[in-house]
Write a protein that binds this ligand. Structure first.
Ligand code: HEC
Length: 116
């Protein structure tokens, strides 16, 4: 399973994401790999990430243009990182699980999401 995930991750890494907006920290290319490792695409449709068309959570597109996120959180990078790491701290009722995402992975994932 790990080997498969790595193979998929390496295949995905071949296609570089767009640049994130100025001021965004983290590594979007690494974030794209992290997204597949945490299997965010099992619940979200994510631009550039192959996966089934799933709509458990909303598609994660146009994230750079969002003013607010789930739970009324500000849609900036800090808000995204907070949500990805601990959605229940924002909205105790949310159906999105806490997946134990590390600070660095959350930063890179948010950089990837903000680069679309
Ligand atoms: C088990 C399904 C599930 C998984 C896995 C999952 N999410 Fe979610 N996610 C949700 C749901 C459901 C919501 C909507 C939450 C709400 O409004 O309470 C959500 C909301 C979000 C939002 C806010 C979207 C918006 O439009 O405001 C972001 C960003 C997000 N998820 C990112 C991620 C990332 C990154 C991962 C992987 C680390 C991930 N999610 C994994 C179910 C999931």
């Amino acid at each position: 399973m790990r080997a498969l995930a790595l193979t998929v991750a390496l295949a995905l890494a071949g296609c570089a994401p767009d640049r994130p907006p100025a001021g965004v920290r983290g590594d979007p290319a690494r974030g794209k790999i992290a997204v597949t490792q945490y299997a965010c695409q099992s619940c979200h449709q994510i631009p550039g990430v192959p996966g089934s068309k799933v709509y458990v959570g909303r598609p994660l597109e146009d994230m750079a243009r969002r003013e607010t996120l789930a739970g009324g959180l500000r849609g900036d990078q800090a808000g995204l990182v907070r949500w990805i790491r601990d959605p229940q701290s924002v909205d105790p009722q949310t159906a999105m699980p806490n997946m134990g995402v590390s600070e660095r992975d959350a930063l890179d994932i948010s950089a990837y999401l903000l680069s679309h």
